[in-house]
Design a protein. Structure first.
Length: 408
């Protein structure tokens, strides 16, 4: 069963929600965050990326930065002000991007279930990123951005969600990027709590570092606690839970800075030993087992040769794995995409125009567009207890930080 728990959200008033809500802390760098928060003292980026209010070049993980996060958080609570719900609540969060719409349940989920793998993962986390968000949670005593979870959809939950959206929303605004964010407070949260007891597993779609950091923060607070009961707020983490049939995964494309000592013609010849290479190809793959490649001002389509050995296993058969195992590693010398500075990753929302621009401007020698990983792939890998290659999925649209905060 999946445990979801109502919580007393700390949140802005409706008329200030659009000013407070910010993009996730980890999708922007310091310069981008500073630009987004410019002339907006209510932007939650002042809390999630507090270095934007400090001198350039400061160590992002130094004590003054975390002290600034606390100072900015306290100031936002007072000046905005942020208010705390009088009673524990569950919410619905709808995202609309163009013609695409998804509705998730906002609640707190069990760190015990996370530890027991009832909340399943598909990604390895980096210790340095965990260290940062764990400390951020501990100094604020709050989880300020949700983990994006999914589950195999159930009709009764969909029906309850649609009924709830007939009422007036507490937040409804369109952000500068054109994405509409609407939040409803559920009048009878117990119905959703009971319905999720019939859901066997939850799956992390996006936010592995937030979840891992919440687990580490819980361990530290438990150690400090006198009379720990397991019911304390730090035993739960903030999440938005979407049905799998509403979740949109975009491709996570690649651009490589050089051809590892090969000329363009030598690289193409090496590719043809593994792939059928179609000149004047498509910018975007039409199906799984096909890749777009932009090289020397021309798009190509790559398809595995019929005589190529079929990859074995769930992870090895993913398009992102095949590209790594047959091209990036053996032909371009990229062994570890986590650490190699010669490769860049471009979220699918930026489109193939960005791939073309990088190559045309000489910032990359070759770029690859991928067919997106599917939700079925993600669930299968998670159920098998395996790990997807880094940068396999790009979820869009993104949830906003600072709208609903869980105090721990």
């Amino acid at each position: 069963m999946a445990i979801i728990r109502p919580f007393n959200a700390l949140r802005p008033r409706a008329d200030q929600a659009s000013e407070v809500a910010s993009v996730p802390y980890d999708v922007v760098n310091t310069e981008e965050a500073r630009a987004l928060a410019a002339n907006n003292p209510l932007s939650f980026l002042h809390v999630s990326r507090p270095e934007i209010d400090m001198p350039d070049g400061i160590d992002l993980h130094s004590d003054p930065v975390y002290r600034k996060a606390v100072e900015n958080f306290d100031k936002l609570i007072k000046d905005c002000p942020l208010v705390t719900e009088e009673s524990p609540s569950i919410y619905l969060y709808r995202l609309i991007m163009g013609d695409y719409e998804q509705i998730g349940v906002v609640a707190c989920c069990s760190i015990d279930e996370y530890d027991q793998n009832l909340i399943r993962k598909h990604e390895r986390t980096r210790r340095d990123k965990e260290d940062d968000r764990t400390r951020h949670m501990l100094v604020l005593r709050a989880q300020t951005g949700p983990v994006f979870l999914t589950y195999r959809s159930k009709r009764d939950i969909d029906t309850m969600a649609m009924e709830t959206t007939m009422a007036n929303a507490i937040f409804d605004f369109t952000a500068a990027d054109g994405i509409q964010h609407t939040v409803w407070r559920v009048p009878d949260p117990v119905r959703f709590v009971h319905a999720f007891r019939e859901v066997p597993f939850l799956y992390i779609a996006d936010g592995h570092h937030r979840a891992a950091s919440a687990a580490r923060a819980r361990a530290e607070l438990k150690e400090q606690s006198f009379g720990h009961t397991g019911d304390e707020e730090y035993n739960f983490f903030l999440a938005v839970v979407f049905p799998d049939d509403q979740v949109q995964i975009l491709p996570y494309n690649r651009a490589v800075r050089d051809l590892h000592g090969r000329s363009t013609s030598e690289f193409l010849e090496a590719l043809k030993k593994r792939f059928d290479v179609e000149e004047e190809g498509s910018e975007t793959p039409e199906h799984r087992g096909q890749w777009g490649m932009y090289l020397a001002g021309r798009w190509y389509t790559l398809s595995l040769r019929p005589d190529a050995a079929s990859p074995q296993g769930i992870v090895a058969s993913l398009d992102v794995s095949i590209l790594q195992d047959l091209v990036l590693d053996p032909l371009l010398g990229i062994k570890d995409v986590r650490t190699d500075k010669r490769i860049d990753f471009i979220g699918g929302v930026r489109g193939t125009k960005e791939l073309k621009r990088l190559v045309d401007e000489g910032k990359a020698a070759v770029a690859f567009s991928l067919y997106p990983t599917t939700m079925a792939d993600l669930l299968s890998v998670s159920d098998a207890g395996e790990t997807m290659p880094p940068k396999s999925t790009w979820f869009e649209p993104k949830l906003r930080d600072g709208l609903l905060i869980h105090k721990i």
